[in-house]
Ligand binder design. Structure first.
Ligand SMILES: [Zn+2]
Ligand SMILES: [Zn+2]
Length: 343
């Protein structure tokens, strides 16, 4: 089969590879669409340590069933499916508690952090365990379905955020996940949503996605602006979708006393936290990792139009054009959001 292989750091190449083999619990999927994730772009140069070559990346995908192992026969060849990016074992302490995103034996598709190497979906075929596969509703295209993984990350984070109808929310960082978080907060009953990002084009997209106000930290003191817009108090909740000291401090300073900050971004391994402000203002910090069973809800939200991903798809291109699209994303070309490759 054709595959886009990370041969060495910063070097992607189309190669011929053997079709993946499937075990009794697996499904072989012919990939029809696979999105390029920010984590793939960051992983390209080795800085994250999670894409050790040689590796076929790609974990945001959809396609059709080619064949199944003996224990996965409820799926028929030709059925349209998508799958989770997290491969969980189904047997450990956390899996048996239903916390599959926290599985002790968790692997991520298209990732190789050293302990394992799981080839992903930038290829004609990918093998995945049946338990992470979901049938696609007819109303979702493969391209839309390739964004379910990102939607599920945003929906999981919003589900973990304590809030009430008509609460106000701040979203710091309006890249892909932040923009989807804006939509999910809206569906989740937040009436005022403040988007925060240093890039004007992203703030425009955030306003189009349902944010009610947009603040650029280059132009204003964001916590001050949020307080001014909320009667002097600050927002009820904040979602942080960058993962670095400054944006996390912005999120913490933008919520009111007793507010909650959900941390989704995950770039810096360590950050500087304003401890006394968190304690004396009784702020709740909540980490959010991947998603945990939200796929069916996400498909429903997307099929009903409550969450719209089409405006976030910047380009759909053949897999062979992968290297140049990765380069454009790595150069942070303004306005470029999700790029989807089709094997
Ligand atoms: Zn991803
Ligand atoms: Zn497990």
């Amino acid at each position: 089969m054709d595959a886009l292989l990370l041969k060495q750091y910063l070097h992607l190449e189309m190669v011929r590879m053997d079709e993946p083999e499937i075990g009794p619990d697996d499904v072989l999927v012919r990939v029809r669409a696979c999105g390029i994730c920010g984590s793939d772009v960051h992983g390209l140069d080795g800085s994250t340590g999670r894409r050790i070559p040689p590796l076929v990346m790609g974990h945001e995908a959809a396609g059709e069933v080619v064949r199944t192992g003996a224990n996965a026969g409820d799926l028929q060849p030709g059925e349209r499916v998508t799958f989770d990016s997290t491969i969980y074992c189904g047997r450990c302490f956390y899996c048996t508690r239903g916390e599959v995103n926290l599985c002790d034996n968790r692997q991520v598709l298209g990732v190789s952090p050293g302990e394992y190497r799981r080839h992903g979906a930038f290829a004609e075929y990918v093998a995945v365990p049946r338990r992470i596969v979901y049938r696609l509703p007819a109303s979702l295209t493969y391209e839309q379905a390739a964004l379910i993984e990102a939607v599920s990350v945003a929906v999981h984070a919003v589900n973990l955020t304590p809030r009430s109808l008509a609460d106000s929310a701040v979203v710091v960082g309006t890249g892909m996940i932040g923009l989807l978080a804006v939509q999910a907060l809206r569906v989740g009953g937040c009436t005022r949503i403040f988007a925060v990002d240093p890039e004007a084009s992203r703030l425009r997209l955030a306003l189009d996605s349902g944010a009610t106000e947009a603040f650029n930290p280059k132009d204003c003191d964001v916590p001050e602006a949020v307080r001014k817009a909320t009667g002097g108090y600050g927002a009820a909740v904040a979602l942080e979708c960058v993962g670095a000291t400054d944006p996390i401090r912005t999120a913490i300073a933008s919520v009111r006393k007793g507010g909650a900050v959900t941390l989704v971004g995950n770039v810096a391994p360590n950050v500087d936290l304003p401890l006394q402000a968190i304690v004396t203002r009784q702020i709740r910090l909540q980490g959010s990792c991947a998603s945990c069973g939200e796929y069916p809800a996400c498909m429903e939200l997307m099929a009903s139009g409550a969450i719209q991903v089409a405006p976030l798809i910047s380009a759909v291109a053949p897999l062979a054009e992968g290297p140049q699209w990765f380069a454009r994303l790595r150069n942070r070309e303004p306005g470029l959001m999700k790029v989807i490759l089709r094997p």
